[in-house]
Design a protein around this ligand. Structure first.
Ligand code: GLC
Length: 730
């Protein structure tokens, strides 16, 4: 019936030429517009919608780095490397005017933690325990990216990560399922808003679906051994949370998930994503991952790769043109169907319609000063950086630095700008970054003299700067050693076998300590570090991650006490890489007492700094936890409360982490599972009450290896701080 009506409408237009085709009618229902448009498309036009090439020049040699001038006007998507809208609008004009149907291109880019204004890396953002800052930061990123013509970001990455040897731990929100789920939803809200057709909104892309962070030995592009149980209880929940938050798209990955590479894993991208979760957007492959199915030994030819990935439910092919070169032949041979192609194209068009690209295909070309590094954006970036940094040690209250007359900044990070951007820093420019030296000079202007020496590089053997560094250190009241990893030492394809900072930096730190001055160590990185040697020489340690554009202001604010540190680790810092994998929510061991406990014989079994660890300049005391009832039915509700008192003379923010444990269950559960967190300001000398509203099915239930959620009756333990209270589900 519907097709007949549309055909009549079409005839009416054809005869009278009075009306635009239905798909161009912005008042029509999107599903009707999709049906009308798909009905008009040729096979070739449909197949091109399922392809993504690159446009613009970038520095990554394996990309198609030059302006791809021969891009067909009917291409579905382009990765855009420009930071001005002019090239993008010119290409869009070709799509809108030179093609038969005028289908807009969707332009994508990796806007991971900012576009020009750079925010802390996502792992650092998780340490702020302030998802609202992540939402605001993603909103800024969307505004800046949108202003240069990006419609779609390949973010948020929500790969739960437990192996810091893997370089991509910097891109996600740490080792915990619930944390990744909460920050994922905040990011999607920031990018997409409530209606992504609005100005300054862009489509989100959950990645990498799923289980990528389980990469063997912390390497990249490798096998990931993930049991069905772990897939459902650890790696899938953040993606499900993202789908519920309305994520427009997903990206599969490079990895081989338990012998079925995700680029062609039908169970994941059709059974789970489409059939069980009902996602109606589309999945894009990761860069060349369909072609890589050959390397992974799944198929022999590109044609088989196209067939396998397409039949698995992967709608769009990123960058390797395997779909462009093979889908038509596969259709002619009956190996894929027109119905499948129409469904895939409909999903791509649905996102484009929802983005409003048909009505607003172009972006206004405004001067940079109106688009980038706006005051509001920088304010959020500084706040996010300050709240993401984690105070790991503060002996004898050497911090904050309030009385020193001379402060020495020593080390490779002291006057650096580029490295603070972290990896995956969009189009962020080093010259926009506030260095630690710049931040300190501003912060202590008129209060203390700032002296500086680099001492050494990030790595290498050149110790010729040590003498000058020691001389400068001796001239100061306190030394701030600015050490750590370069931005490019984490991120994709940056696995490391150890988590140490280079020996030359450790040696510089030892030389500084030998001066007898108090030493504050700032460590920068995109991953947890091995801090044994740093700890030996440091009176205080502030882990700053890669904090982005406002690095120097945030660091200086924390060192001066203008900010009170509130960050807590969202990923365990191992004592040594030999402990990996080490994470907080492990399952209980078979033996916990006596000699036969299976512990390491040569090192401790405890991490250097555990998940959730972080110090403040304030001192918080937890009162007794109370629960509103000691039993609850599956559909009932109860709450737990704890009052936290700030017994110091300095206002501070405290994050209370609420955990649960199901001590006895046929599917054994972790020793503790984070289920809620809340961050509040607790004024000096005052108290705040924190409440965990428990929904038994949501917060106490679990999932089995088939993805079926369930709730056992019996004892559960609610945990906060060092307290545990038991309740019963009846
Ligand atoms: C990369 C990454 C992926 C990114 C894509 C586009 O290889 O794996 O996360 O979004 O290619 O740059």
């Amino acid at each position: 019936m519907k097709k007949c009506l549309i055909f009549c409408a079409f005839l009416a237009v054809a005869c009278t030429g009075a009306k635009e085709p239905l798909y161009k009618d912005a008042t029509a229902d999107i599903e009707d517009r999709i049906e009308d448009l798909v009905g008009r498309m040729t096979v070739e036009e449909k197949i091109l919608q399922l392809n993504q090439y690159t446009l613009g020049t970038n520095t990554i040699e394996q990309n198609i780095g030059e302006l791809v001038s021969e891009v067909p006007a009917e291409i579905g998507s382009l990765i855009y490397f420009g930071d001005e809208a002019v090239v993008r609008n010119a290409m869009q004009k070709r799509a809108m005017e030179d093609s038969r149907l005028g289908i807009p291109i969707i332009f994508g880019h990796d806007v991971i933690h900012g576009y020009i204004t750079i925010f802390p890396i996502p792992l650092a953002q998780a340490c702020s325990w302030n998802p609202e800052l992540t939402r605001l930061g993603c909103e800024v990123a969307a505004q800046e990216a949108y202003s240069c013509g990006i419609d779609w970001t390949f973010s948020p990455m929500v790969d739960v990560a437990r192996d810091p040897r893997w370089g991509r731990v910097m891109e996600g929100y740490g080792e915990d399922v619930y944390t990744n789920s909460v920050f994922c939803q905040a990011a999607i809200k920031g990018y997409q808003g409530d209606d992504m057709s609005q100005e300054n909104r862009i489509a989100a892309c959950l990645k990498h679906f799923a289980g990528y962070a389980a990469s063997e030995a912390g390497m990249d592009y490798v096998y990931t051994e993930v049991s069905d149980q772990t897939l459902w209880d650890t790696y899938l929940p953040p993606f499900e949370a993202g789908i519920k938050a309305g994520a427009a798209t997903l990206m599969s990955g490079f990895h081989n998930l338990s012998a079925t590479p995700v680029a062609a894993n039908r169970f994941l991208i059709t059974e789970v994503l489409k059939n069980r979760w009902g996602h109606d957007g589309y999945v894009v492959s990761d860069w060349g991952s369909i072609k890589q199915l050959i390397n992974q030994g799944m198929v022999e030819t590109e044609k088989e790769a196209a067939e396998t990935a397409f039949n698995a439910g992967n709608e769009m092919d990123m960058a390797d043109q395997v779909y462009a070169n093979n889908l038509k032949a596969l259709l002619d041979e009956g190996k894929i169907s027109m119905k499948q192609i129409d469904d895939a194209v409909s999903r791509v068009l649905r996102v484009k319609f929802r983005l409003g690209l048909f009505e607003n295909p172009y972006v206004e070309e405004k001067p940079e000063s109106e688009r980038y590094l706006l005051p509001h954006s920088l304010e959020i970036a500084e706040k996010a950086a300050a709240e993401s940094m984690v105070l790991l040690k503060n002996e004898n209250a050497v911090l904050p630095i309030e009385k020193a007359k001379t402060i020495a900044l020593i080390g490779p990070m002291a006057d650096d700008q580029d490295e603070h951007r972290g990896n995956w820093c969009g189009r962020g420019r080093g010259e926009d970054v506030i260095s630690i030296l710049q931040g300190m000079e501003k912060e202590y202007k008129g209060k203390a003299r700032i002296v500086h020496a680099e001492g050494c590089g990030f790595e290498g053997e050149d110790r010729s700067g040590f003498a000058e560094a020691v001389r400068v250190a001796r001239s100061a009241d306190v030394v701030v050693a600015c050490l750590g990893h370069e931005a490019g030492w984490s991120g994709e394809n940056h696995s490391r076998s150890t988590l140490e900072i280079p020996q030359i930096q450790e040696d510089l730190l030892a030389a500084l300590k030998a001066t007898g001055k108090p030493v504050v160590v700032l460590t920068a990185s995109g991953r947890p570090l091995e801090m044994r040697e740093v700890d030996e020489h440091a009176d205080a340690i502030l882990h700053i991650w890669h904090p982005g554009t406002c690095a120097g202001y945030a660091v200086a604010g924390l060192l001066s006490g203008r900010y009170n540190p509130s960050g807590k680790l969202a990923m365990t810092f191992p004592y040594t890489a030999g402990q990996i994998p080490i994470y907080y929510n492990r399952r209980p061991k078979a033996r916990n007492e006596g000699w036969f406990q299976g512990l390491y014989e040569d090192i401790t079994n405890d991490p250097m700094y555990p998940f959730g660890y972080g110090l403040s300049y304030s001192k918080f005391e937890y009162g007794p936890m109370t629960v509103s009832a000691d039993k609850v039915s599956a559909d009932g509700k109860l709450y737990a409360e704890v009052t936290v008192k700030n017994v110091s003379d300095r206002d501070g923010m405290e994050t209370v982490h609420w955990y649960i444990n199901d001590p006895y269950s046929k599917i054994t559960r972790p020793v503790k599972e984070l289920k809620f967190f809340e961050k509040k300001l607790v004024k000096a000398g005052e108290s705040e009450t924190f409440r965990f509203e428990i929904d038994p099915k949501r917060d106490l239930g679990f999932v089995n290896s088939k993805g079926e959620k369930y709730l056992d009756k019996g004892e559960y333990r609610i945990m906060v701080g060092d307290q545990t209270v038991s309740i019963n589900v009846i």
